[in-house]
Design a protein around this ligand. Sequence first.
Ligand code: GAL
Length: 695
Amino acid sequence: MKIRSIVVILLLCLGVTNIQASERNPRAFFNKKDLTLTGVYYYPEHWEESQWERDLKQISDLGFDFVHFAEFAWAQLEPSEGVYDFAWLDRAVAIAAKNNLKVIMCTSTATPPAWLVRKHPDVLITHENGTKMDHGARQHPSPSNNFYREYSLKMIDKLAGHYGKDKRIIGWQLDNEPRPVYDYGNDAQQRFRDWLNKRYQTIGALNKAWGTAFWSQVYSDFSEINIPKVSQMFMNTHQILDFNRFATEEMSSFLDSQVLAIRKNSNPEQWITTNYIPEYSDGHLRKSDELDFHSYTRYMVFGENFGVGRKGYRLGHVERISKANDFFRPIDGVYGVMELQPGQVNWGKINPQPLPGAVRLWLWHVFAGGSDFVCTYRYRQPIYGTELYHYGIVGPDGKTPTPGGLEYSQFTKDIKALRKEYDAKAKNPETYEKRRTAILYNHENTWEMEKNRQTTEWNTESHVDKYYYALKNFGAPVDFIDERENFAKYNVMIAPAYEMLDKDLVSRWTKYVEAGGNLVLTSRTGHKTRNGQLWEAPFGEPIYNLIGAKIDFYDLLLPHTPDNVSFGGNKYQWTSWGEILIPDSSTETWAIYEGDFYEGSPAIVYRKLGKGSVTYVGVDSKEGKMEKAVLEKLYGILNIPILNLPEGLHIEYRDGFGIAVNYADKTLQLPVSGRAKFIIGNKSIDTAGVSVWKE
Ligand code: GAL
């Protein structure tokens, strides 16, 4: 164990609070031997108090470890200004504790009470067209409203003062599915100007960064600047980029201030997180550094997520949970899933039933990523309000478990059995760890490319996914990392379409490679500065020395006339983005273009540099098979053993357990060694099946 961790554990034991973000060790919040805890949202304020006892007892009988309270209950907690009522919640917490259920407490800032909104209508988000949101839904207040920020913290201070030292409360969830808010209200406008002033110091620097010489946009003072109307045609894209940054930081800093308000009052054993939606272009996902760790919410079946085969939509897409696992886990080394669908939802365009077994499959998939808890929205199906027809663990009668509810219950039992098999010394297989790969990701590139696509054929997320999906087919553990990470931890690092960069990053990449790292860069990388401007140089010039090639020009094809890239004896279609490369003499050409005036020119190049290598994939294929073939070749050169898993099958390891999940529409055979001792399932795995083993 690292010295830092020992110190933190000692401090926790001594009850020392106010530990700096950099010194906290989120691992200490959970007991490895528990493997995972399982919980459920319960809203006592929705039901007759006479039913709480029955409900919480049944939650416990079904095997859950914790409940999640008060997420939207501000109106009940502060029924009028400055008058707080925790008595009802105290009674609910007491009943939970009596039934051996721990509690996650929430801050309810997504739903201010009506009296607050009516007295301070400025808290409501103002849309771009000047209209305002209203009370009657949720997520209508703005984190950029100064009063709202302050008043929320007052309420949180009271709540945390009341529950912060309560041993029955294991942790806190802030707000609900927080996202950057596009608010055009007065406070937001002023805060944006202040933010810009701090960032650029002088109006001259801002004019330069935003290229305001173009179209007479020059500003002479920060007070002249407004939040950009993003739907207005031709709005300055550098200004929009900064507004995205601002909106991201507004939400992140709101969350961070909530953390500090709780931490001031709470025992260090209580952890603090929130429930992010894995929308990977939302920058705030990695920005709230005060959180102890990051959690996510995930819904799999809502009629749009087709999966494998004719009825694949009943299971959802195999990469949907795994990508969220691989995105959130590396941030703090600890993560949880706050909401996982228990059955049918109400909000999709079409809301089909999940396949029997689907809920169990998803639970194990979450577990496979290394999570410390999983929780479901919600216990009882609502019989009033906006979410009628949303399944719960029990149906509208409040008593009868749904099929998904029973699958949750089965999972809690299986986990209890698995705890007996836990061996603190067990390790994941070496071959698995050897495949571990980093994907370097920065949401700002996604914003920039989606705003300036140049072709409707380009999609940033699907470009990244082509590499990610290939890695999961290889059975590789993947860590999505950002630039704060130490690259040297990874033998292979892929930075797909890393459009905006600075020379420092290129020099870090170069050092990483020289020291033995293997870097894969892909089309569009390095074209722009961090302000989204092109370099005053040939296209992508800052990366030329690193990739051992120049970029001659780029081409974009029409959808009905794809061309081919020829690689390793196979042809792969492309339309969206192709860079025509001119390799240096010591750089190998791996693939060439066919079918157009630059036929025979290099599309993919590879070079050795120092102890490592750089692969530059200048083209984005239509289906992702080319990206997979490129990685296959690279892993071959590097002697990294890879699997070739069939579509729909994922295999991961955690704590020495192998876990396989099958989203395919047929029974599959697992490529595991004869040494495998199956604990759940076996080598033959059916649709929606799960197998768990030790080697
Ligand atoms: C989530 C949200 C929950 C609930 C759920 C319904 O996005 O966080 O509060 O509304 O959807 O599926």
